[in-house]
Write a protein that binds this ligand. Structure first.
Ligand SMILES: [Zn+2]
Length: 227
């Protein structure tokens, strides 16, 4: 699962909880940030194999600290706690339900990975591996990613008040994410080494976080300057 994760970020943001979209973009990929970092440090292991599954080249044969069920729950609680501690003190718009939403957003990553991944997600440590393997079916997996993303963006647009210019930017961002997914799923490429692959993960995910931040700033200034 790739851009489908962002559907949860879009869907979680409401006028009521006022969680910044960029923060939710980090939350839904929090487990992959940890994974990419641990692979870079040589602690978790990855092989990049052309044609490993129809929709992905990633053979994550050892990622018990970032992607086991037990650690996914722990990381979700940690993220909720961080949000509560940092934003509870410093944010003007802090909402009591927000830490729970952040925790669920982090955990949603594991559930969506469970649908796409082959049997490489451990329940505990590196044992009892599960995964429904939708990545073995390229078109349905792609369709699911896009359907989730479209649904998430539709919810975001209906549940948040914003100027038309920002609505347009959100839709353009959504289209850009679809193009990225088309590239990832359908454009053949030579597999990179494991560390180069996860560096790419860090760079792309962070780029999306920055765009999410910028998108929510569009049209803000006009509001502040209004009499
Ligand atoms: Zn993942």
């Amino acid at each position: 699962m790739f851009v489908g994760h962002y559907s949860v970020a879009f869907a979680c943001r409401t006028e009521r909880n006022k969680i910044p979209l960029w923060f939710l973009f980090v939350a839904v990929q929090f487990l992959d940030y940890i994974w990419a970092t641990l692979v870079l440090l040589g602690i978790e292991k990855l092989r990049v194999i052309k044609g490993f599954t129809a929709g992905s080249m990633l053979d994550s044969y050892f990622h018990p600290y970032s992607h086991s069920l037990i650690t996914a729950v722990i990381w979700s609680v940690v993220a909720a706690f961080i949000y509560k501690t940092v934003c509870g003190r410093h944010s003007r718009h802090y909402n009591k339900a927000a830490p729970l939403i952040i925790g669920l957003a982090v955990f949603s990553h594991w559930i969506l990975d469970l649908i796409a991944h082959p049997r490489d997600l451990a329940i505990y440590d590196n044992r009892w591996k599960v995964g429904f393997g939708l990545w073995n079916h390229r078109d349905p997996e792609f369709a699911l990613e896009i359907a989730l993303l479209a649904g998430g963006i539709a919810l975001y647009l209906t549940r948040n008040a914003m100027p038309v210019v920002r609505e347009g930017a959100v839709i353009a961002f959504g289209i850009a994410l679809v193009i990225v997914q088309i590239g990832d799923t359908y454009v053949p490429r030579t597999p990179l080494m494991d560390k180069a692959t996860v560096t790419g993960v860090w760079v792309f995910y962070t780029l999306f976080v920055l765009i999410a931040f910028a998108v929510e700033k569009i049209g803000c200034r006009r509001k502040i300057n209004a009499p």
